[in-house]
Write a protein that binds this ligand. Sequence first.
Ligand SMILES: Nc1nc2c(ncn2[C@@H]2O[C@H](COP(=O)(O)OP(=O)(O)O)[C@@H](O)[C@H]2O)c(=O)[nH]1
Ligand SMILES: Nc1ncnc2c1ncn2[C@@H]1O[C@H](COP(=O)(O)OP(=O)(O)O)[C@@H](O)[C@H]1O
Length: 207
Amino acid sequence: MSFKEKGLLVVLSGPSGVGKGTVCRTLRERGTQLNYSISATTRKPREGEIDGVHYFFKTREQFQKMIEQEKLLEWAEYVGNCYGTPVDYVHKMIESGQDVILEIEVQGALQVKKKFPEALFIFLAPPNLDELKSRIIGRGTETAELIESRMNVAKSEMELMQNYNYVVENDQVQKACDRIEAIVLAEHCRVDRLIEKYMNKEGVDGK
Ligand SMILES: Nc1nc2c(ncn2[C@@H]2O[C@H](COP(=O)(O)OP(=O)(O)O)[C@@H](O)[C@H]2O)c(=O)[nH]1
Ligand SMILES: Nc1ncnc2c1ncn2[C@@H]1O[C@H](COP(=O)(O)OP(=O)(O)O)[C@@H](O)[C@H]1O
């Protein structure tokens, strides 16, 4: 009989343009054992984005229905569009012992904290705000007006980092990924996570 352990829910958030998408993609390329939740959004697809791969693209009405039917673990309106995490995927993975990572903005992360206080909250921080702006401009996906909106949101988002367990600076992508992998590994070894697993009668007594 083997010991049972639930999967870990990792919430990675931080301001737009800090590099969340890049870091998640790099973790995936490295083969890090994390499952990536695909969010629903009312945002229009960018060039190259595929429905069901990058996001589940929804109309406002469809998104509203998902909220009413309690299909979202959390959701938030961000710079004029709605984004939310489908709850079923997260539960299925965690219950079957697999880790899940959510790449979401800060308001949604705070909602997850209320529902899943045992999740691991990591705030990805830019080296400074000038660098953040350069990254958003460099990505070339936003108009000048949207860049300003995202920068204004970013400044208030930075103040919410105190709600997180860890802050990881994304100065260099590979270093940021090393830090995240180390944090996730350490989290798996925490006594308060493992005590139930090892002290569970079924697990201890079973041969
Ligand atoms: N709360 C919440 N935020 C999300 C979700 N999916 C994506 N986001 C966040 O929404 C923000 C905007 O996403 P997007 O338009 O794809 O732009 P980008 O991530 O800045 O390239 C980012 O901060 C994402 O992390 C979600 O399911 N819930
Ligand atoms: N550590 C880094 N150093 C320099 N540029 C970076 C770094 N991380 C990400 N970038 C660049 O910054 C831009 C925004 O990154 P992205 O992953 O889209 O951010 P987010 O998902 O947080 O909005 C992209 O052009 C990306 O290539």
